[in-house]
Ligand binder design. Structure first.
Ligand SMILES: NC(=O)c1ccc[n+]([C@@H]2O[C@H](COP(=O)([O-])OP(=O)(O)OC[C@H]3O[C@@H](n4cnc5c(N)ncnc54)[C@H](O)[C@@H]3O)[C@@H](O)[C@H]2O)c1
Length: 347
């Protein structure tokens, strides 16, 4: 694309993740809109981007997004937006059953695509997305596995690579909150049994984050116990980057937690990332080395989300580079998440 003009991006789906994530995340850094957005999703805005059109099957939501973010062009059908609006890229923020259709349509029309997680709801969909993308290189195709962009991920991965806790032997993730109704006012679709509930919602985030922290792919995943409502609570044991990992997910927790602990031969790192609370928060991270005994707080970058998915997507489209959560980079985690999902017992 031409370097001199702003990147033109369309947004399909104007619900909660668009209003709290994509729209502010692609707005001008420092603007009030960016400051007001959910601090864990907005990632500080992006330079030289113009959001040229939005689409939502609900006219009220499309109009609300266009009015708040000053966008002149509104569609009720995402395919019409893709057919009619000249642009460079599209961000897909709909419920999962529309991800594949819109993502492939975008790629086939020569656009780069940022598609919300999970991006595919079956192995067949995953095959179709990776093959459509392969046929349309060098366009970017990123999946918004947003937690992989958390600054604590790069900080922790660096410590592990440098051997600061010795060899990482075991890791544990606890990712839980009170359920999607605390997040989106339209959350009914999250509980569609075919989607996989908490496994699909928080499982992919956990796997992609751990692959980046531990520096290697998931090679094994054994689904464990499910809760009384299997859509609300799930556990699995996995091997990721050669490290044994236990992952516990919940939509039934009294308070939100996203804790990642990594134990090595020579110490332990504990991250407290804190999922959505609707309030500003600061994540914490600490390291406890066996030699010194006392836990030490780790410095996290002050602009916590500087490398976030929206900014990275804009960079990826401009430069033709793959991006941290390129579909090829997350396809392995996605296939293990789908395997976990297929083990969910009928309620
Ligand atoms: N990356 C993250 O951290 C993160 C966080 C929350 C949600 N998500 C994901 O984002 C996606 C959307 O979640 P949400 O919470 O914003 O949901 P939501 O229900 O709040 O919003 C979805 C919007 O899509 C619209 N829509 C539905 N079908 C459509 C269609 N065919 N064409 C165009 N618009 C359509 C709906 O009217 C609604 O406004 C989901 O895949 C969810 O898993 C990701």
């Amino acid at each position: 694309m031409a370097e001199s003009r702003a990147l033109r991006i369309g947004i399909i789906g104007c619900g909660q993740v668009a209003m709290q994530g994509a729209l502010p995340g692609l707005s001008r850094p420092g603007s009030d809109i960016v400051q007001d957005a959910a601090p864990f999703l907005s990632f500080g805005g992006a330079e030289d981007v113009e959001i040229v059109a939005v689409a939502d099957t609900d006219p009220g939501r499309a109009a609300a997004a266009a009015s708040r973010f000053g966008i002149g062009s509104i569609y009720l059908d995402g395919f019409e937006l893709l057919d009619q609006v000249p642009m460079d890229a599209v961000v897909i923020c709909t419920p999962p059953r529309f991800h594949l259709g819109y993502a492939c349509a975008g790629l086939e029309r020569g656009l780069s695509v940022l598609v919300e997680k999970p991006a595919s709801t079956s192995a067949r969909e995953l095959d179709r997305l990776t093959s459509t993308r392969a046929a349309h290189r060098p366009q970017s195709c990123l999946v918004n596995a947003s937690w992989a962009y958390h600054p604590a991920v790069a900080v922790t991965a660096g410590l592990i690579t440098r051997g600061e806790i010795g060899i990482a032997r075991q890791a544990e993730v606890v990712f839980e909150h009170g359920g999607p109704q605390d997040w989106s006012p339209n959350a009914a679709w999250y509980r569609d049994t075919e989607l996989g509930g908490v496994v699909t919602d928080l499982g992919l985030h956990s796997l992609v984050l751990l692959e980046n922290v531990l520096g290697g792919p998931t090679t094994e995943l054994r689904p464990g116990a499910f809760g009384p409502d299997p859509l609300e609570r799930a556990q699995a044991d996995a091997t990721i980057g050669g490290t044994a990992v236990r992952i516990s997910l919940g939509w039934d927790a009294p308070s939100p937690r996203f804790i990642v602990s990594i134990a090595g031969d020579d110490g332990e790192i504990v991250l407290s990332l804190i999922p959505w609370t609707g309030k500003p928060h600061r994540p914490t991270a600490q390291i406890q080395r066996s030699s010194s005994g006392e836990p030490v707080a780790l410095e996290l970058p002050a602009e916590s989300y500087a490398g976030g998915p929206y900014r990275q997507f804009a960079t990826s489209v401009r430069t033709g580079t793959a991006g941290l959560t390129d579909i090829d980079a997350v396809a392995n985690a996605l296939s293990f998440m789908l395997k976990w999902k297929s083990a969910i017992p009928a309620a």
